[in-house]
Design a protein around this ligand. Structure first.
Ligand SMILES: [Zn+2]
Ligand SMILES: [Zn+2]
Length: 299
C-alpha cells in the first residue's frame, strides 16, 4: 500500500546537521546527571517510580473498582497521546472539532505526556533525523536505556519555535502553564474519585509509570530493528500491542515511519490499531475530517 501524503510540517531528512562533538554527546554522561534545566523531569521520574513501587507493595490487589478506573483512565490517556499528540498535532493527519482536540490534549497531559509543544517538537525532530546522532531519542548511539528513559532528562529541551511554531501561538500556549495542575490532578485523582489510598497509588503513580513505559518502548524497542538504506531502524512489534493500553496502535511503528503522513498505522486487517478505529468513529460522527488514509482504505 502506498502512502498518499507526507507529513507537511516535518523537515526533510536531507537537512541533517553535523553530529555533536564527542565531548557533547549526552549519552556519554553518567545516567544520574540531568541536563541543564531538566532536574524537575528527573525528580518527577524518580518520584512516580518510588510511589508506584510503594503502591504495589502496600496494595498488590487494588480491587475491581480501582482496576476499572485504571482501564478507563489509561485508555483515554493512550488515545490522547496516539490520536491527539501523534496523529493530529505532530503529523496533522486529520482535523477534529476544537473541543475534541482540547479533550485529547488534556487526556495526553493527564497521561504524563507533557505539553503539546514539547512532545511535538521532539517528535518532529525524531522523524527528520531518524536514528542519526541528531535523533536525541534513538537507541542507535546511546543504547536501549538512553532511548527508553535517559533522553527525557539528559537532553536539553528542543527549540519549539523551530520545530512546532504552529503550537507556540494562540490557545496552545496555555497548555504549557496548565502542566503542573494537570499532573497534580493526575497523581491524586484516586482520592478525588473516593477510592482511598489504593486508588491514590494505582490511579496515580502506578498508572503514570505504566503509561510512561508504554510510550518509552516506542522510542527504544521499536527502534531496535534492522537498519534500512536510510539508516531508519524502526520496526513493528506485534506483542507490544496488547500490553500497550496507553498508546493504542503505536506498536506498528515501522509502518508509521514508512508513511508518517497517514493517520492509519496498521497495514493489514489483523494489525489491531485502536487509534485508527476511534478516528474512523469520530469521522463517521462528523467530529473529524480531512483524515489522511492509504489508497483504498475505508472505514
Ligand atoms: Zn520512531
Ligand atoms: Zn510519528
Amino acid at each position: 500500500m502506498s502512502p498518499t501524503t507526507t507529513a507537511a510540517p516535518i523537515e526533510p531528512a536531507t537537512a541533517v546537521n553535523a553530529a555533536p562533538p564527542e565531548s557533547e554527546r549526552p549519552w556519554e554522561q553518567p545516567w544520574w546527571k540531568p541536563a541543564k534545566g531538566q532536574s524537575g523531569v528527573f525528580a518527577y521520574l524518580i518520584a512516580i517510580h518510588v510511589l508506584a513501587l510503594a503502591g504495589l507493595i502496600l496494595f498488590p490487589l487494588p480491587g475491581w473498582r480501582v482496576f476499572t478506573w485504571l482501564l478507563v483512565l489509561g485508555g483515554f490517556g493512550g488515545l490522547g497521546t496516539t490520536i491527539g499528540y501523534h496523529r493530529l498535532l505532530a503529523h496533522r493527519t486529520l482535523k477534529t472539532k476544537s473541543w475534541i482536540e482540547q479533550f485529547l490534549i488534556f487526556a495526553a497531559m493527564f497521561n504524563g505526556s507533557g505539553s503539546p509543544a514539547s512532545w511535538v517538537a521532539y517528535h518532529r525532530l525524531h522523524h527528520s533525523r531518524t536514528d542519526t546522532e541528531d535523533d536525541i531519542s534513538s537507541p542507535t548511539h546511546g543504547g536501549f536505556w538512553w532511548a527508553h528513559l535517559r533522553w527525557l532528562y539528559q537532553s536539553e529541551a528542543v527549540d519549539g519555535t523551530r520545530w512546532c511554531p504552529d503550537l507556540m501561538q494562540g490557545g496552545y500556549r496555555i497548555w504549557y502553564y496548565a502542566q503542573p495542575p494537570i499532573l497534580l490532578l493526575s497523581l491524586f485523582c484516586g482520592f478525588l474519585l473516593g477510592l482511598g489510598w489504593a486508588g491514590f497509588f494505582w490511579l496515580g503513580a502506578v498508572r503514570l509509570v505504566y503509561a510512561l513505559h508504554g510510550q518509552c518502548l516506542v522510542n527504544s524497542l521499536t527502534h531496535l530493528g534492522e537498519a534500512r538504506t536510510n539508516g531508519d531502524r524502526s520496526q513493528n512489534v506485534w506483542w507490544l500491542g496488547p500490553l500497550q493500553l496507553t498508546a493504542w496502535g503505536e506498536n506498528w511503528h515501522g509502518n508509521h515511519h514508512t508513511a508518517a503522513g497517514l493517520a492509519k498505522f496498521s497495514r493489514h486487517w489483523w494489525q489491531v490499531d485502536i487509534g485508527w478505529y476511534v478516528i474512523c468513529g469520530l469521522e463517521a460522527l462528523g467530529l473529524a475530517s480531512g483524515v489522511k488514509r492509504p489508497h483504498g482504505a475505508g472505514r
